[in-house]
Design a protein around this ligand. Structure first.
Ligand code: ADP
Ligand code: MG
Length: 255
């Protein structure tokens, strides 16, 4: 569950105060798949950054999973994010001195995730990069970097996944595959998914579409398909010939 109350963001731009997000209220129930659309500069990335707790609002409160993140200190927030939130940045934010594999592995190890090595390897396989694991971000294409960023965001099995144009740099085949991974996380794990996209076809598959313009929510529509997602329909739309599931992490003692 995500609840924003009276949340706004104003920044100093030269000598002027610039409001990039006007005060808004928003409630997103657990498990909802929300597409966030709007022209460039309308505040989409700002909104996602606030919900992820990467940035703090100028006014208002943000409650995630019953916890008020606006009141958390840095350490508490970092721990909460590690457990609950996955974030795919528009600009990837990979660590340049770590290989693709290490970019996925290190956060898992920091969280003390069981069998982190195996998990990192299977996530790399899942995004189609099993033979690129030893490459550094500078040696990867934009699309490959994006897939590493997506694998990293999935690594902690987040209950909330925030993805800022995650298929923007991918060709249609890789884009469809990544999108299917996102949907699996949403439909099979019940994760809440907030997806910024310019792709109207992808936005049309969401339970709900929120449109931003000049820092305001100008429309908020539930799709007719909310809650009655049909896999066949999705596969037809994207012409997928295969299906995939995210690798389940092996928990100690699991059968
Ligand atoms: P979107 O993701 O929809 O393209 P953003 O959320 O990135 O939009 O940005 C919204 C507006 O706020 C843009 O005009 C952007 O230039 C401006 N903006 C974002 N962050 C800052 C900042 N730290 N300082 C000044 N302006 C900013
Ligand atoms: Mg943006």
């Amino acid at each position: 569950m995500i609840r924003l109350t009276n949340v706004s963001k104003t920044v100093q731009s030269g000598s002027e105060q610039l409001t990039i997000l006007h005060a808004l209220d928003l409630h997103i129930p657990t498990g909802q798949f929300v597409a966030v659309v709007g022209p460039s500069g309308s505040g989409k990335s700002t909104l996602l950054g606030l919900i992820a707790g990467l940035d703090s609002p100028t006014s208002g409160e943000i409650v995630l999973n019953g916890q008020n993140i606006t009141r958390m200190g840095e350490d508490q927030l970092a721990e909460f994010r590690g457990q609950y939130v996955g974030f795919v940045f528009q600009s990837f934010h990979l660590i340049p001195s770590l290989t693709a594999y290490e970019n996925i592995l290190v956060p898992l190890e920091i969280m003390g995730f069981p069998r982190a090595v195996k998990r990192a390897q299977s996530l790399l396989d899942e995004v189609g990069l099993h033979d690129r694991g030893h490459h550094y971000p500078s040696q990867l294409s934009g699309g490959e970097r994006q897939r590493v960023a997506i694998a990293r965001a999935f690594a902690n099995e987040p209950q909330l996944l925030l993805a800022d144009e995650p298929t923007g740099n991918l060709d249609s085949k890789n884009g469809a595959h990544i999108f299917e991974l996102l949907l699996n996380l949403n439909h099979e794990r019940g994760a809440t998914l907030l997806l910024v996209t310019h792709d109207h076809q992808l936005a049309g598959l969401a339970d709900r579409k929120i449109s931003l313009s000049d820092g305001r929510i100008v429309s908020d529509e539930l799709s007719g398909r909310a809650g009655e997602w049909e896999r066949g329909r999705f596969e037809n739309l994207l012409s997928l010939s295969h299906s995939t599931t995210l690798p389940l992490p092996e928990k100690e003692g699991a059968q």
